[in-house]
Ligand binder design. Structure first.
Ligand code: ADE
Length: 473
């Protein structure tokens, strides 16, 4: 991801972003940063970039020409195949939020335009800006801090920027709710004691207490979020009536990724904030017919939960591809037994097998040495997101499995020469336990004619949905 900032104060941006996590990400090349001084493009002999507004009024305006030339100096260097956005940070913009950060993070290049004085001549904005964004209902002296806030939030979503083990996808979550209070040592500080429940060792009670505290805090500090939480909980209650069939939608809600697009009794259309994939369940396709054109055209992929509606939905959304899969769900909360498969301490088994998260260093080795995975770029991205795990037999790479960007588990492959040694089961067990430890309910999509995988899911104790779901694209 390349960040370009058009500003009157480049040093402000460079100094701040070269520290801490963004600093490390710059060093490692996960992100790149260029700050361009708009003043360098002034044609005025005093390097002036501002002038009085027509029609009068307080303050000065940044003129179109230096802003445009600064923009062009950057835009002309960006390859045409790159996905890019030009963001003007302004209190007059749409409010910035996590969903926007996720969407911006999908680009190759982001150009931020930082205003000063009373703003910028509207004509250059009309010509170059794609997004108007504000970081809140207050006015700063300039756009630099706002741009930095956005860059920080976007950069941490770029694969590889956070350490594998705390990747943005697997960090702790509480859905729409605010985080519960946390405590560390000592047990008593200034006469204040850590709540007893946290010292009890009873994980169930601890989870219940945390949820209660999160709810209390959200109700008080963010009633708007709490209202959305309640709506989602009502959706979830509906979906739970066919739990296995709907586990993908339920988990979307549980993991704080779901937006309710439309809901009408048992018909529910959700969108995943992370991937923009849509999920639909309902006894008819009516709800999809009711969509406004803009939303309908924005649907690239939809997961349909009723097989009999496939043709109608394809017709409504003008789609051609349909992939039929069963959902396989691990419904227990307790970790799966690992004896005879792999060791929890990361040491090799008697057979010499280790399973561990894959790192960036593994990714080249794996893609170079093996034609193992269908989409190398995607697999590399999943490795950087901390969501891929590898099996190594006597230090030789033997196979891998992971968590897809949609949250399902999958990508299970074992090299042919290592088949029939329970490495597939070991990998899947590892990923399931990993998901459980994050508080997730593990689920996978299995293509309906993949008999080997379907058998393996059953053997491992996963439940299969009675009817398939359909990926439509
Ligand atoms: N520039 C000045 N204030 C701002 C804000 N609140 N958000 C974005 N850009 C700004």
């Amino acid at each position: 991801m390349n960040f370009h900032i058009l500003t009157l104060f480049p040093e402000m941006i460079i100094n701040a972003l070269h520290t801490s996590i963004t600093g490390r990400a710059l060093e490692h090349g996960h992100i790149a940063l260029q700050a361009v001084n708009i003043r360098d493009f002034s044609k005025n002999k005093h390097k002036k970039v501002d002038d009085y507004p027509y029609g009068g009024g307080a303050g000065m305006l940044m003129q179109a020409q230096p802003v445009y030339d600064a923009y062009k100096s950057v835009a002309d260097t960006i390859p045409s195949e790159h996905k890019k956005r030009v963001i003007y940070v302004t209190p007059q913009g749409y409010p910035f939020n996590q969903e926007m950060a996720e969407n911006f993070a999908k680009n190759d290049d982001l150009i931020f335009l930082c205003g000063h004085y009373e703003g910028i001549d509207e004509r250059v904005l009309e010509e170059v800006v794609t997004d108007y964004v504000s970081i809140g209902d207050y006015v700063l002296t300039g756009g630099e801090l706002a741009a930095m806030v956005m860059i920080d939030a976007i950069a941490r979503l770029v694969p590889g920027v956070l350490h594998n083990e705390i990747s943005a996808e697997t960090e702790s979550f509480h859905g729409e709710l605010l985080e519960y209070p946390q405590y560390s040592r000592p047990e008593v500080w200034h006469n204040r004691k850590v709540p007893n429940v946290l010292l009890s060792g009873n994980q169930k009670k601890i989870e219940a207490w945390r949820l209660e505290e999160s709810i209390k805090r959200t109700k008080e500090r963010r009633p708007d979020l709490y209202q959305e939480y309640e709506r989602l909980q009502r959706c979830k209650a509906r979906l739970m009536k066919k739990k296995i069939l709907h586990m993908d939608m339920i988990e979307l809600i549980n993991r704080g990724r779901a937006v309710i697009v439309l809901k009408e009794w048992d018909k529910i259309l959700l969108k995943d904030k992370k991937t923009n994939i849509f999920y639909y369940t309902g006894d008819s396709s009516d709800l999809l017919m009711d969509l406004d054109d803009e939303t309908r055209y924005s649907i690239e992929e939809i997961v349909l939960h009723q097989v009999d509606l496939v043709e109608e939905v394809k017709e409504i959304l003008k789609k051609e591809d349909a992939l039929f899969c069963y959902q396989a769900v691990y419904t227990q909360k307790e970790r799966m037994p690992i004896t005879g498969l792999y060791r929890a301490d990361g040491k090799p088994t008697a057979q010499g097998l280790i399973i561990r998260p894959l790192t960036e260093e593994d990714s080249d080795k794996i893609s170079e040495m093996y034609d193992l995975v269908d989409d190398i770029e995607y697999t590399k991205e999943r490795i950087l997101a901390g969501c891929m795990f590898g099996a190594f037999l006597n230090e030789e790479f033997a196979g891998c499995a992971g968590i897809h960007d949609d949250g399902s588990i999958g990508m299970l492959k074992v090299l042919e020469k290592y088949c029939k040694r329970k490495i597939g089961s070991a990998l899947e067990t590892y990923v399931i336990n990993y998901a459980l430890q994050l508080g997730w309910t593990p689920y996978a999509y299995v293509v309906v004619d993949n008999m080997i995988s379907l058998e393996m899911q059953k053997k491992l104790g996963l439940h299969l949905s009675k009817t398939p779901i359909v990926w439509i694209a």
